[in-house]
Write a protein that binds this ligand. Structure first.
Ligand SMILES: Cc1cc2nc3c(=O)[nH]c(=O)nc-3n(C[C@H](O)[C@H](O)[C@H](O)COP(=O)(O)O)c2cc1C
Length: 313
């Protein structure tokens, strides 16, 4: 039974942007976050791009935000990583799991799982070029259509010099179809000596306990579960240390949505409207009353109406 647990917020492109990361961090329970993947093609992104995508780099938070890179060319990736580090990054993660076809056409993300040698080269190049104090990790799926490459890829990540590997326990072709194959955490951990961070389908405190029955670990990454239940990390942490924390209820969630909307509005009205509407269906999975506000909220097209709607919820 785990008596301490380290919880990372999963990178979620289009969902876990800086505002969502800071919203979830404030609730508590998270030890680290990870940026949405940053695509690396031929361009060397300017400092402005890094600061805009990951404002945390300029903040002095004790909770680190890993910068996730997605690409296939080791040199361009390392050039970009060095700029991210100059902008304040303390932790670089490499994505070997993204299933999106546009990404895979350029041999980034999960496509690289076919080529453990290339994975090793990318990690090794980053390791050699980055300052020693920069944490380097990777995040992988189990394979493309089957799990054959899983062990070889995890070993390549270790040989390259990463200090941990997050495993999203599915193949690329499985996309997000349940179940995640948690038994693979042990298979992989038994073949490498760096820690495996367990990821996939941890949606509740009960799921967490089922996971550690299957794979006793102190390192987990939570993605969609945090969007469905924003205090999930806090609940897991409390439970592991034998404490009880009152779970967030419907009213707490509505207040969270009000605060989120107000913050988002500072960026742009359209952005705020789309982000809140996007989040609702996920929250509704855990807070059934939210279901009834999805349809009326979809009709709202301006911030003023949204605020008065949220005030009546
Ligand atoms: C909308 C969405 C966007 C995602 N974007 C990324 C990403 O940018 N980088 C990455 O490594 N994984 C990404 N993932 C995968 C998640 O990080 C995570 O591995 C996956 O959702 C399984 O964890 P969960 O069951 O806790 O959600 C994304 C997942 C979703 C649902």
């Amino acid at each position: 039974m785990a008596n301490s647990i380290h919880i990372i917020l999963a990178p979620m492109h289009g969902y876990a942007d800086a505002l969502m990361r800071s919203t979830l961090l404030q609730i508590g329970g998270l030890d680290a976050t990870m940026s949405e993947f940053v695509r690396i093609t031929h361009t060397i992104h300017s400092p402005n791009v890094w600061h805009q995508k990951i404002p945390e780099l300029q903040q002095q938070s004790t909770i680190p935000c890993a910068v996730q890179l997605l690409g296939s060319d080791a040199l361009t990736m390392s050039e970009n990583a060095l700029i991210a580090v100059a902008c304040g990054a303390k932790w670089i993660d490499v994505n070997f799991g993204c299933p999106a076809p546009t990404v895979n056409r350029h041999s980034g993300g999960a496509a690289l799982l076919q080529y453990p040698q290339q994975i090793e080269t990318i990690i090794k190049t980053l390791k050699e070029r980055l300052p020693q104090n920069i944490r380097l990790t990777a995040k992988m799926r189990l394979g493309l259509s089957d799990t054959t490459p899983a062990i070889a890829c995890a070993q390549a990540i270790e040989r390259g010099g990463a200090s941990a590997v997050t495993v999203h326990a599915r193949t690329k072709d499985e996309a997000y179809l349940p179940p995640a194959h948690w038994e693979w955490f042990s298979h992989i951990q038994n073949s490498i000596s760096i820690p495996v961070i367990a990821n996939g389908d941890i949606f509740s405190v009960a799921d967490f306990y089922r996971l550690i029955e299957c794979f006793p670990t102190e390192n987990i990454m939570l993605g969609r579960g945090m969007l469905m239940q924003p205090d999930l990390a806090k609940q897991i942490k409390a439970s592991v240390s034998g404490k009880f924390v009152t779970p967030m209820n419907h009213d707490d969630i509505v207040q969270l949505l009000r605060d989120f909307f107000t913050q988002a509005q500072r960026q742009h009205e359209k952005y705020a409207l789309s982000r809140i509407k996007q989040w609702l269906p996920l929250l509704a999975k855990n807070y059934p009353q939210i279901q009834s506000i999805i349809a009326p909220m979809r009709q709202i097209t301006d911030a003023e109406t949204m605020i008065s709607f949220l005030n009546q919820c």
